[in-house]
Design a protein around this ligand. Structure first.
Ligand code: ZN
Length: 425
């Protein structure tokens, strides 16, 4: 069956390219969450015509949702006729803003030299299209399979996924017994299986001071200098400590195998949007957002404590040092067991289709797997899809057509194995 399934996928190449282009034409830019509903309905309509039961789920009341920018998700399901496991393909339909530097129109896709160009081609409309073609080929090939197949198009992945997979997970869409195996066709390169991601902790730290005339700073207390003292301690203490923490997770790229901290933004004193000359003032507030990425070996409480300990010690030692800390975002690391069914099935399919062993990797940043594992409590989840990770969010983003065909074969073959595995068991 494999040969004819693979041939069927090859025969669908034009359909695959056209579907990718159609998806790119919806400018689903997030923020603010443009064109979500028509894009979700386009995907849903296609699958409904092929016999799927299709439903739409607006994440009402979730951050970002409004009548102008509704958070519309689509879930499509088809039953195989006999009981069995459910394999689910989840793709996010949102893309980041085009930005500058494009040599082609980001929302008018271009097919050239075996590639499809456009915003979202790689991250991840090419992946969604490949999974749709894989499932459609499988349905044409395997009449009356055991189990169920699902495809979802979800929103807001680029902004945390609360209105997308996070919302659906809360409604039970990513839990057993409804779903057993999830594949997220994110662009992780066609021969790599991504089994999880590092943790993330964002916090806003404010140092406080006292306002005064800039010519007499001794009458006030400069919040920016207090922040400077904190930054110094990060340099001398925290950064070396983080660099020394190494993980056994197979994180790529190599630099992300350690704990990291990014200073996301820093603002103190006068706002930057005034016209003319600045007024002489001592800043009474300085705010900084930190973006801490951590390893599965680390305790989330400890991640926070390391920062708090420095702030507390400054409060003790440095005259006038006052601070406030506000947690902005937190997701724990997740890593699927390398021996889990979906990892084995996709790895075996990569070997079969590409003739080389699959590489198992962990992503430096988070993606929607966190909601599926933490909220849905479904462990058997990976990211696998076409496209080169480094091209995501870049100008002139593209996806290779050969890669899409290869990954569609891998997804179809892995799905067959996951369904068959249940029958054998
Ligand atoms: Zn993505």
């Amino acid at each position: 069956m494999q040969d004819s399934l693979f041939r069927r996928i090859e025969d669908k190449q034009n359909d695959l390219v056209a579907l990718t282009c159609d998806l790119i034409r919806f400018p689903t830019v997030n923020p603010p969450g443009e064109a979500y509903t028509p894009c979700a309905e386009f995907l849903g309509e296609r699958l409904r015509k092929r016999g799927f039961e299709v439903s739409y789920h607006r994440a009402e009341g979730v951050v970002g949702d409004s009548d102008k920018y509704p958070r519309t998700n689509v879930v499509a399901r088809i039953e195989g006729g006999r009981p069995g496991p459910c394999v689910h393909f989840n793709g996010h339909i949102d893309v980041v803003a085009a930005g500058g530097g494009w040599s082609v129109d980001p929302f008018n896709p271009l097919v050239r030299d075996g590639k499809v160009y456009g915003r979202g081609a790689c991250d991840m409309k090419g992946g969604i299209a490949a999974s749709v073609i894989a499932v459609e080929a499988l349905l044409e090939e395997a009449d009356g399979f055991a189990g169920a197949l699902e495809i979802s198009g979800t929103v807001d992945e680029e902004s945390g996924g609360y209105g997308g997979v996070g919302y659906l997970a809360q409604q039970g869409f990513f839990s057993r017994p409804r779903v057993d195996h999830v594949i997220i066709p994110e662009p992780l390169n066609v021969d790599r299986v991504c089994i999880g991601h590092r943790g993330v902790w964002w916090a806003e730290i404010e140092t406080q001071g006292r306002i005064a005339h800039g010519s007499m700073p001794f009458l006030g207390d400069c919040a920016v200098r207090h922040m400077g003292a904190f930054l110094q301690r990060l340099e001398s203490e925290l950064y070396p400590a983080l660099a020394a923490k190494r993980t056994a997770m197979p994180v790529v790229p190599e630099g992300a195998k350690q704990s990291t901290l990014n200073i996301n933004s820093l603002h103190g004193g006068l706002s930057e949007d005034f016209e003319g000359l600045p007024a002489p003032m001592v800043p009474d507030s300085c705010r900084m957002i930190i973006d801490r990425r951590y390893l599965i070996e680390e305790d989330p409480a400890q991640v926070k404590n390391e920062v708090v300990a420095i702030l507390e010690s400054l409060k003790h030692d440095r005259e006038g040092f006052e601070y406030a800390l506000r947690e902005v975002l937190a997701f724990q690391p997740t890593m699927t067991d390398p021996d889990a069914p979906v990892v084995r099935a996709v790895s075996a399919a990569i070997q079969e289709v590409l003739g080389r062993p699959a590489q198992q990797v962990v992503s430096p940043g988070t993606y929607d797997q966190k909601h599926i594992v933490r909220v849905g409590h479904l462990e058997d989840c990976i990211a696998y899809g076409p496209g080169i990770l480094d091209l995501a969010h870049q100008p002139d983003e593209y996806v290779g057509i050969d890669d899409m065909i290869a990954s569609a074969k891998v997804m179809a073959s892995a799905t067959l194995a996951l369904l068959d595995r249940a029958r054998a068991g």
